[in-house]
Design a protein around this ligand. Structure first.
Ligand SMILES: C[S@@+](CC[C@H](N)C(=O)[O-])C[C@H]1O[C@@H](n2cnc3c(N)ncnc32)[C@H](O)[C@@H]1O
Length: 255
């Protein structure tokens, strides 16, 4: 269930296999920012708590919001396996990034895994950035990443990925993507299939749309909503951003 849909479904079921395909090396970047900005962080779209748990393990008081109840349930199940200290340091809440008020301020608010791209409409992007700003103090930062596509073309295609599990089980993820260059929207369908001893035993579908931002577009959006950009990288290892970068990793603060 999702609070009111959002633009990506993250349907119930698929969260079981989500992290298998979502492995990323972004944790050190967010952990180091969290330490630099006061050890109190908020993750937007916390998902299965893949990242939030790593921050909490590193001593950061971490909050996470998500608008999908089943994602939060998966996060809670993952958290239940952690130590008492980590469990006490991580707070998970059902909330929509476009309209939330936790009554708290954070040293770091972060929106990882290209999740800001899921907000398609400009009014949703503006609403989210304003709500986020209300959770920052003058000394704190908002960090997020976005897909970077230098030249957006009308295209579509299939891909297949395979991940082994223990005991003769494996998960196959098949995806179909289609890009509309005029609207700058990429739509995606994903099917997860679980195979046990060669037979398919479970199948889940999820899908949705993402908006492909331009660097100028995101600069305007941040300016309009009262932010000042302090860093702009091409990756989570703070690489220089170039035309060949696959992402924009941005750190901003209140203007
Ligand atoms: C790409 S996943 C990222 C999960 C996690 N942050 C990670 O990096 O592993 C995006 C998450 O954002 C959540 N989400 C999407 N739209 C949202 C919204 N409007 N408000 C809150 N969460 C949202 C989804 O339910 C999903 O769990």
């Amino acid at each position: 269930m999702s609070v009111d849909g959002g633009n990506m479904t993250y349907r119930e079921g698929a969260e079981k296999y989500y992290d298998l395909f979502g492995a990323k090396a972004d944790a050190p970047f967010y952990i180091s920012l969290a330490h630099r900005y006061g050890d109190k962080a908020l993750e937007l779209g916390v998902g299965t708590a893949r990242l939030a748990i790593q921050l909490a393990r590193d001593g950061v008081e971490t909050w996470g919001i998500d608008n999908a109840l089943h994602m939060l349930k998966a996060a809670e199940a993952n958290l239940a396996r952690e130590s008492h200290e980590v469990r006490n340091r991580l707070h998970l809440k059902l909330a929509d990034v476009r309209d939330f008020n936790l009554g708290e301020r954070f040293g770091l608010v972060y929106f990882p895994s290209f999740s800001f791209d899921h907000l398609i409409d400009r009014k949703d992007q503006v609403a989210a950035l304003r709500a986020i700003r209300g959770h920052l103090s003058p000394d704190s930062v908002y960090a997020f990443d976005l897909a970077y596509v230098p030249e957006i073309k009308a295209d579509s295609g299939w891909f297949v990925q395979r991940r082994p599990l223990e005991e003769h089980r494996m998960v196959i993820r098949t995806g179909f993507h289609r890009t509309d260059p005029e609207k700058r929207i990429m739509s995606m369908d994903l099917w997860y299939e679980l195979y046990e001893e060669g037979r398919m035993t479970e199948r889940y579908h999820e899908g949705g749309e993402v908006y492909i931002h331009t660097p100028d577009g995101i600069k305007h959006l941040l300016k309009e909503t009262g932010y000042k950009i302090i860093s702009w990288y091409g990756g989570h290892e703070e690489q220089e951003f170039t035309e060949n970068s696959e992402m924009m990793v941005i750190v901003a603060r209140q203007a």
